[in-house]
Ligand binder design. Structure first.
Ligand SMILES: NC(=O)c1ccc[n+]([C@@H]2O[C@H](COP(=O)([O-])OP(=O)(O)OC[C@H]3O[C@@H](n4cnc5c(N)ncnc54)[C@H](OP(=O)(O)O)[C@@H]3O)[C@@H](O)[C@H]2O)c1
Length: 321
């Protein structure tokens, strides 16, 4: 496994990050442990989750993924694992049960620490913006956590470029901890959102980038084909997959990925990840796995290096997504 610095910080993270969204949702605790063990043994030291996972389960207010990771983490050397989690979504009833206010963040972090069975979070991320709280209040609350040692680095997710830059400016102006990492939605099948403005902003400001859904929620693994639009999956209903299922250009792009995968004798997912890893601004794609076999298939993608001609072919085939 290769390691790299998270943005301009000195923190070293593996070039693949393991996502925890499936834990307690589409896979049970035993399978989650097998996935976590295999990832750790393969050298992945970077795990991403969120307090709200798995919010899909009826009546569940979240916290299950963090709890599973916490029980697993208790069996591992804490200092060898980089834990990233998020705050923002609704976790308890009432007007302060969600958001990025000081009131919500200070309670939510203690809840996450308890579920994760740890006394610090390596990377604490705002899950998505909160228009109802002043940015200064959110940044000051996060700065309090960094100074208290509950949180080591802070990051944000789903922020547009203007908002990311505004928060960096405010942190600088008020001498507060600053976001060192962005978690955007980015894959071959969802390019424009990140590439239009965010990529240059992150590059310019030395922000680490850890894209979520790098396999387009499974579409870029090659299991969706023109003749099989309902493969074994829990994600077919997602907005992204629904958008791609009847899109001719998506299958033409998949043809290119299949072609390259065959030429390199690797799974299609390796091509999608190698394309992303080839971009200097990318720190570590956050992969998701529902089974151990899925993780096994994806591991090894960091060893594949595509040529400039191959990268340009992929670029052409997926322009416009
Ligand atoms: N910040 C945010 O707003 C946000 C949003 C979403 C996710 N995330 C983070 O990003 C992580 C990854 O997101 P994601 O799950 O969308 O990533 P992804 O890697 O694009 O998709 C993972 C899904 O693809 C399918 N898959 C994976 N490997 C496969 C293989 N080898 N063969 C066939 N199918 C395979 C599985 O779903 P099926 O088997 O069910 O098809 C798996 O759950 C999450 O765990 C979470 O930590 C963050």
């Amino acid at each position: 496994m290769e390691y790299t610095r998270l943005g301009r910080t000195g923190l070293k993270v593996s070039r693949l990050c393991l996502g925890g969204m499936t834990f307690g949702w589409s896979c049970d605790e035993a399978t989650s442990f097998r996935i976590l063990d295999r990832a750790f043994d393969s050298g992945i030291n970077f795990i991403d989750t969120a307090d709200i996972y798995s919010f899909w389960i009826q009546g569940n207010r979240g916290g299950e993924s963090e709890s599973i990771i916490g029980r697993w983490l208790a069996t591992k050397p804490r200092r060898e694992v980089v834990i990233a989690t998020k705050v923002r979504g609704r976790m308890w009833p009432g007007p302060n049960g969600e958001g990025l206010s000081r009131a919500h963040i200070l309670q939510a972090v203690d809840d996450s620490l308890r579920r994760l069975q740890t006394d610090y979070i390596d990377l604490y991320q705002t899950h998505y913006p909160d228009d109802d709280t002043p940015l200064e209040e959110t940044l000051a609350a996060l700065d309090t956590l960094v100074r208290a040692g509950k949180v080591r680095y802070i990051g944000c997710s789903n922020y547009p470029a203007w908002l990311l830059l505004k928060t960096l400016w405010l942190s600088d102006k008020h001498h507060l901890a600053r976001f060192d990492c962005l978690q955007p939605h980015y894959s071959l099948f969802n390019r424009d959102e990140f590439e239009r403005e965010l990529a240059a902003a992150c590059d310019d400001q030395g922000i680490g980038v850890i894209p979520y859904s790098p396999l387009a929620a499974g579409f870029a693994t090659g299991k969706y084909t023109r003749s099989n639009r309902q493969p074994d999956s829990t994600r077919t209903g997602s907005g992204l997959i629904q958008k791609l299922l009847n899109n001719d250009q998506a299958y033409v792009a998949l043809d290119v990925l299949h072609d390259l995968a065959q030429a390199h004798s690797v799974p299609v997912a390796h091509i999608a990840l190698a394309w992303q890893l080839a971009q200097p601004v990318i720190t570590a794609p956050i992969i998701g796995a529902r089974t151990l076999e899925q993780l096994e298939e994806v591991l090894g993608a960091t060893r594949l290096h595509l040529t400039a001609a191959e990268l340009s072919r992929i670029d052409q085939a997926t322009k416009g997504f």
